[in-house]
Design a protein around this ligand. Sequence first.
Ligand code: ATP
Ligand code: MG
Length: 185
Amino acid sequence: MEIRRLKLSGFKSFVDATELRIEPGLTGIVGPNGCGKSNLLEAIRWVMGESSARSMRGGGMEDVIFAGTATRPRRDFAEVMLHASAPPGDITPAIEAGADGELEIVRRIERGAGSAYRANGRDVRAKDVALLFADAATGAHSPALVSQGKIAAVIAARPQERRAMLEEAAGIAGLHVRRKDAEQK
Ligand code: ATP
Ligand code: MG
């Protein structure tokens, strides 16, 4: 699966609609302190189904909504759209790509109303989206998304923790999610 485009609106510091094209290969995000680099990475994790507000550096999930500044009022919702191209084998039963392998996932959160997800225009569950991105190569906890903090964490990790990181890199984490899902049925 390849991420092609990302669209944010009201997400953290990205109050105005912002669209980014992501080219194939390695992508680096550079800019001065506080310009929103980490927020962008968090937006990718978030639309992939991240459920931990703490890993979004917030106390609650609504903290991802633009909180307002001295000159601009806060927003009532945040939305992130991720556009990807995926080979047919990548798709879960609940989520179908278009005939051309196009996949558009949208997550939206409203104050007081929680999160909702859509996949190619259809309502889907958080779980379906998390499962779609459960594999190590694409997931919200993918080692392919390297944050400032994560580099330090790998270096400082104890053997047990480092093993978990390596398992994730090897794609075993995705299997755990699928097994849990299968056990619940
Ligand atoms: P650094 O280089 O220091 O790591 P960065 O480019 O990663 O910086 P971010 O941490 O992504 O920067 O962005 C921080 C900015 O985002 C801060 O100015 C912070 O006030 C703003 N911000 C975070 N959450 C919200 C929110 N909910 N509403 C408005 N602004 C927010
Ligand atoms: Mg940062």
